[in-house]
Design a protein around this ligand. Structure first.
Ligand code: URA
Length: 239
């Protein structure tokens, strides 16, 4: 048994005081009855709680895979820009955030969660989780560039980047590549190419650790991570 306000608050619907207000206003039902007492004890296994008709699921953490479209910033809210959180429509939670950042014009795999601990650990500079991007590059990417990326690139920081793996898919005025980096420095892929005199004109993340972008998701679509992907997320934490 657990207090109603605690139960709701732990599902990320708001702070304890905010939740108390909602309860006192009569917005909360337990098994179809309005309950106005925050201290009311419920059985988290069997009781059904709704706020304004929206079911409260006692799932502590949620993990979504989003196929981020260009034009959205990786933030929870912004006064001017559209945020990736606006794309997550069918979660009632208020505590979701993007795990890491993709630039506004970058597309592809972005994990959205409310699990702060896992996000913190995965994003720590000490963790070297592989991130794979597909990119279109203005310029002729050649074998010598593959070697340069393997050595790490000077992008104007104290140290070179860690070695990156560059696979050339096609080479020409516009080249197509796949690049794997192990850090998450600001604009890293774009800066690595700029450092060798080339420009990234399209960038899409296709993999992070062992989580692969589900290509059946159209741009802007998302789904919950499956058990295997959640396991992969935990592995990144231990990497
Ligand atoms: N590198 C970039 O330059 N931009 C991104 O969004 C991700 C990696």
């Amino acid at each position: 048994m657990i207090r109603l306000d605690k139960y709701i608050s732990e599902t990320g619907k708001g702070t304890r005081s905010r939740v108390k207000e909602m309860i006192k206003k009569g917005l909360v039902t337990v098994n179809d009855e309005v309950v106005k007492k925050p201290e009311y004890k419920i059985n988290e296994q069997s009781d059904e709680v709704f706020i304004s008709g929206c079911k409260v699921d006692y799932i502590r953490y949620e993990y979504f895979m989003l196929n981020k479209p260009a034009g959205y910033i990786s933030a929870t809210e912004d006064k001017k820009e559209k945020t990736v959180l606006e794309l997550i429509k069918d979660s009632c939670r208020k505590d979701l955030f993007p795990v890491g950042r993709l630039d506004k014009d970058t597309e592809g795999l972005l994990i959205i969660s409310n699990d702060g601990a896992i996000a913190h650990e995965i994003l720590s500079p000490k963790k070297h989780v592989d991130k794979v991007y597909y990119a279109k590059i203005e310029g002729n990417v050649m074998k010598e560039h593959v070697e340069m990326f393997k050595e790490g690139i000077d992008i104007g920081e104290k140290k070179k980047t860690l070695p990156a793996e560059l696979i050339i898919i096609s080479s020409g005025d516009i080249s197509e590549v796949e690049i794997t980096i192990r850090e998450g420095k600001f604009h890293q892929v774009k800066r690595m190419f700029l450092a060798i005199g080339m420009k990234v004109i399209y960038l899409k993340r296709i993999k992070m650790g062992n989580i692969i972008l589900d290509e059946s998701l159209d741009k802007g679509e998302y789904r919950m991570l499956n058990d295997e992907e959640i396991r992969a997320l935990t592995e990144m934490r231990n990497s």
